[in-house]
Design a protein around this ligand. Structure first.
Ligand SMILES: [Zn+2]
Length: 181
């Protein structure tokens, strides 16, 4: 192989950012998506970063007072903040805020115009914030992950789709009691 090709593919490998999502988190997203179907739901992703990769170890849902519509949902912020504080305290700082997740009931796992805006808002507060979208119905759900980075001369936020992989988390990993079952 031409050495330039090797260098180029090594660069590509290094640049490929992966979002690792624990099986129980993926299952919980699908479960909540099914429970609210055909209305949208979502919440917050918790975990930690490993270099450019993110490891999603837990999640927080929409909350009891969230409003769910067909193409939007408004989370119960007060409840989420309370849950976030409890998660941070329980994990003694092992879990961090990584980004948001939401569903596209009977839709596709792609970023909408509003999703780009929302992710821009999150990214300005938390660098590399993630947006995970779960699209589907019944037993058939597809998940995708996106984040934004500054690119080009003017440092505009550009959205990149991330490689999303699930894995079985070891049982001794920090886990928030809300989804310990
Ligand atoms: Zn969306």
């Amino acid at each position: 192989m031409d050495s330039r090709v090797v260098v180029a593919s090594l660069r590509r490998l290094r640049r490929r950012v992966t979002v690792w999502i624990a099986d129980h988190v993926r299952a919980k997203i699908v479960e909540e998506g099914r429970a609210l179907f055909p209305l949208e739901t979502g919440g917050v992703l918790l975990g930690w970063r490993d270099g450019a990769d993110s490891i999603v170890a837990d999640l927080i849902g929409a909350g009891p007072k969230a409003l769910h519509g067909r193409h939007l949902f408004l989370p119960d912020h007060a409840w989420q903040l309370h849950e976030l504080r409890a998660a941070f305290a329980d994990s003694r700082g092992d879990l961090d805020y990584l980004g948001d997740w939401h569903t596209h009931p009977a839709g596709i796992a792609e970023m909408s115009k509003q999703d780009h805006k929302t992710l821009g808002y999150l990214t300005r507060r938390v660098r590399g914030a993630l947006m995970v979208i779960a699209a589907g119905a019944a037993d058939d759900w597809t998940l995708g992950a996106w984040s934004q980075r500054r690119a080009g001369l003017f440092g505009r936020l550009q959205t990149d789709e991330r490689d999303l992989r699930s894995f079985a988390a070891p049982s001794n990993w920090p886990r928030f009691p809300a989804i310990a079952d």
